[in-house]
Design a protein around this ligand. Sequence first.
Ligand code: PMP
Length: 463
Amino acid sequence: MDGTFNENDISRIVEADRAHVWHHLSQHKPYETTDPRIIVEGKGMRVWDQKGKEHLDAVSGGVWTVNVGYGRESIANAVRDQLVKLNYFAGSAGSIPGAMFSEMLIDKMPGMSRVYYCNSGSEANEKGFKMVRQIAVKRFGGKKHKILFRDRDYHGTTITCLSATGQDERAAQYGPFTPGFVRVPHCLEYRSFEQDGAPIEGYGVWAANQIEKVILEEGPETVGGLCLEPVTAGGGVITPPDGYWERIREICDQYDILLHIDEVVCGVGRTGTWFGYQHYGIKPDMVTMAKGVASGYAAIACLVTTEAVFDMFKDDATDPMNYFRDISTFGGCTAGPAAAIENMNIIEREGLLQNTLDMGAYMTDRLLELKDKFSVIGDVRSKGLFLGAELVTDRATKEPVTEKLVQSVVGDCMQQGVIIGATNRSLPGKNNTLCFSPALIAKKDDINQIIDAVDGALGRVFA
Ligand code: PMP
């Protein structure tokens, strides 16, 4: 094999994949008897597999990434032009696209100031954790080193990010974990009855105060950071209740805790604002982002901080230990920021934030219609074009349906040529939220096609 496959020689490609590729998130046994799926081409919101079958992609590349849709020649051209000029330089040097994208990005993030480039969401979050640790060493004698993370949130795949995951089944087999990470409760109003003492009125402030309780138990002098997703993604599309984020900010201010918002999924338009936190009028100290930054046209992730955080790393220029002692090899790739600039230009030029708000509202209404029709839908949650429908066996007990049934719905939609997702809850087998994150270019017809597929699937699976 010389690696130069003829694109038409599909069976050879499938065999090479079956023989040698280790797919993400996959049990490979079934591939002994069925073909692995290979996505060959994409345009707009549609992709084609190796059999030529067309799919409407309602999850933007499987994991809510391809925000501006497939086949964007202007991004490909921007990347190509940049690559022939300068593909890479790392270490302490900057680059033209890196500087230009940072200016664009900061313009969309009032109060933020500095952009640190790297190449995955996990890596960006790890860097945020490292900053908290270094600040603890520099300013608090190492004491303020603990980092809080929330039940049901997810921040990445490395051992340290798994030390900060609230989705147990993702972490279960990979311990021992990094010490100093402390779990705090979630804010899923629909399941607030699982939390002792949760009120009907004022749940948002109450849920945030549950985090304060942990801070007080741990000792505020030991807690340096709080890392949260603005809308929890893989943990079940959890949209925050009213008053939640405002109270979170107050708590962080009160106890001098850095608020690290993980925008790896929500960042760059997914919820109809540039960043998810911007719905709530609060200002973070650190923001991480990855997937939508360049819509998957190039690998890029960023950790963005305030000038105050940045200043803590340059206050004593005579101390050789003082700077952020960190690097990212592929943070020096220029394709990432080159793609990110054009990705952001497209969102602005085509008015995709407004489209996301409009189409998100439309799709929410359509999902609520399905909720009226199917009692198995217990809850519909959404922010922009990020939507979830939680499936329960009984609306009174809210008992989750089995993962097998949820997968049957996903599989039925797939048969109909519509790719949807299902997200985790903390408990194994409680993977009960259908998930939708169509590209920000979605139109009513696309949404209707997704809803029709789900309607048909729910009808068949729960007949
Ligand atoms: N944070 C969140 C909220 C995520 O959903 C993910 C990935 N699904 C990550 C971090 C990790 O990103 P990556 O896979 O790029 O490392």
